[in-house]
Design a protein around this ligand. Sequence first.
Ligand SMILES: *Cc1c(COP(=O)(O)O)cnc(C)c1O
Length: 431
Amino acid sequence: MSRDKLAIDGGVPIRDQPLPPMYPGGMAIGEEEKQAVLAVLEDKSLFRYRSISGSPSRVAAFEQKFAEHMGARFGLAVSSGTAALHTGLVALGIGPGDEVIIPAYTFIASAGAVIAARAVPIIAEVDDSLTLDPDDLERHLTPRTRAIMPVHMRGAPCDMDRVIAFARRNGLRVIEDVAQADGASYHGQRLGTFGDVGAFSLQYHKVITTGEGGAVLTDDPVLYERANIFHDGAGGFFGSRRQPVPVSFFPGLNYRMSEIAGALALVQLNRLEWLLRTMRSRKARIRAAIEPTMREKGLHFRRLHDPEGEAAVALILLMPTAGQAREMARALTAENIGAGSLFSEAIPDWHVAFHWKHILTRATPTADGCPFRCPLYDGDPRYSEDMAPRTLDLLGRSVHVNVSPLLTETDADQIGEGIVKVLNALRWQPF
Ligand SMILES: *Cc1c(COP(=O)(O)O)cnc(C)c1O
């Protein structure tokens, strides 16, 4: 049987097994994590402010190391990426009556955190990097706009020079959602250090993980102090105020990280650069293998605003039509190269604003309808399924393949071979 016949048409698949799982830090868990967690248990010191053994807090050590690693003055560990966003927004003073511009392609938590802060998310288009389009900001500017939330989706940096310039020009704050891009950078500077606040996730699907967890970065001592107060409503009692700046207390919540998560986070942070290096190297190998065919067919990858800095967690090709993207993803998956398009009306996916039905209908947990119907809010977010048509078009035409750090060089070569095989076999007219 010919090697060229697609597996989807009954041919022999390029690989005899599916790709390895995509939990970069999660799959890297080893002896160091076990020892670190056991040490916390042996100490019986699970709470950062009460060390029974006298060992210093692992959470505090992580906060310091994380901030140093990323190049920020202050780091605050929290219980999730959503908590990091919520804490960052509250630190910035964003609340009732305010609007925050977010992209139409991001996990629903970006919007949920804005609503939890009792502000209104305004949904803008992405550009062909699949991150917030700086050219679509002006259109959404109102007297109520307070902040912009660029989201570095699938490891790729937003066009930060232009996002920051727009924010400065218009007196807006910037909170970066770095949940999918832990450790990635833009022109040599780590993501999460461009905005007033950077919010990270350490959830299991992210680059490094503590199962659930997150972190906030900022250079501003007042923002840090406000974040600290909010993330730990009991913090004043336990004497957690670490930066003596004159900020008055207000009621907070409990988004603290536990010492077990802190111990894990320290070990995972040590793995970060190796994970990034491996993903970048495997992705470069796949790219090099498919580039000639891509060029020949007139196809493009998603744009990367900094190809060297991206986390390289995924390879994303843009096809001429959504039908072709779906066909390509199906054919690749049959070759045991798991792939998907990034948007379909038929497949609910809370990474695309189109599918946020309960947000588009402004559902709220109480009947008063705050923050959408609120005496302090006189705007109209004008939500609809077709509010970001360019985003849906780009996502629908995208073919997405994970680049796991578990890929061997042989795996990477097979992915390259499989993509070339499918691109050559499918008869698409004309490119
Ligand atoms: C995962 C994710 C979040 C939320 O992080 P959690 O730790 O799951 O709360 C926020 N934004 C984006 C873009 C994400 O991918």
